[in-house]
Design a binder for this molecule. Structure first.
Ligand code: 13P
Length: 271
């Protein structure tokens, strides 16, 4: 007997798929904030909730906080991520850290292609792709960030931008490795601005991302893909965003710096 997976679309083209197939993932991106002692205090505050939480929780901390974060999160369900890596294993790259170095410490996730890295450090899709492949090869899981600028949104080219970032970012990434890839939709105009995308607008792009992955790979891969929303997500808007069909979690910046606020966002997943 053959079983066919079916994609259902509503009138707007959103994909209806079984959200239960996917485990919600809340990730904090601390950016350039907190020192090791603040890291220790923060993790102490959230650890019990994380251990009793059904979904996954990741904190992506600055490189210098990784040792403390890994020690504080030992034997718990909290997962630790980095915010960047180089694409080479080692060599004369002053100031850089390789994926295999991160893996050797016990780091499990790395954010790649964040718009701040694209904008301030000139990372284009080619570099992003090299980093994605190197990170996966080292055994890390990847949070690949994509998102359009305000200008691109106003020019109505959001779909093209997202599609191109995904296709280039995942060029030559094997289907079997897609289990270790999360895609975070972070519209640049919503990052750090307090201007969150509406749940419908965010869901529309997250749905498009799932469709692109379905076209690039197959339906099973797209059905299991975790798609996060990021951009001014906080304890007040998290519930509405996270309840959308195609939004499986959040990548949270400033609201992940305060333990109480972050705990409220974690709680919003099931409420
Ligand atoms: P904010 O939540 O501060 O808008 O940042 C989002 C982000 O860039 C997460 O990677």
């Amino acid at each position: 007997m053959y079983l066919y997976a079916v994609q259902f679309y509503n009138l707007k083209g959103d994909i209806f798929m079984n959200k239960e197939l996917r485990c919600p993932v809340i990730a904090g991106n601390w950016k350039m904030n907190k020192d090791p002692s603040e890291t220790k205090d923060f993790i102490k505050r959230i650890i019990d909730v994380v251990n009793n939480n059904e979904g996954k929780v990741i904190v992506c901390v600055p490189f210098i906080d990784l040792p403390e974060a890994l020690i504080s999160a030992k034997n718990s369900k909290l997962l630790i991520g980095a915010q960047n890596c180089h694409f080479k294993k080692n060599g004369a790259f002053t100031g850089e850290v390789s994926p295999s170095m991160l893996k050797s410490m016990g780091v499990e996730y790395v954010i790649i292609g964040h718009s701040e890295r694209r904008n301030y450090f000139n990372e284009d899709d080619k570099i992003v792709n090299k980093k994605v492949k190197a990170a996966l090869e080292s055994g890390l899981s990847v949070i690949l960030c994509v998102g359009e600028s305000l200008e691109q949104r106003e020019l109505n080219v959001t779909s093209e931008v997202i599609s191109s970032q995904i296709k280039r970012g995942l060029y030559e990434v094997d289907k079997s490795d897609m289990k270790r890839v999360i895609i975070a939709y972070e519209p640049i105009w919503a990052i750090g601005t307090g201007r969150t995308a509406s749940p419908d607008a965010a869901n529309e792009v997250c749905s498009l991302i799932r469709k692109i992955i379905g076209d690039l790979y197959d339906i099973q891969t797209s059905e299991h893909l975790i798609v996060q929303y990021g951009g001014s997500m906080n304890s007040k808007n998290a519930k509405d965003l996270l309840s959308m069909n195609n939004i499986d979690g959040g990548l949270i910046g400033s609201s992940s710096l305060d333990a109480d606020e972050f705990l409220d966002i974690i709680a919003a997943v099931k409420s």
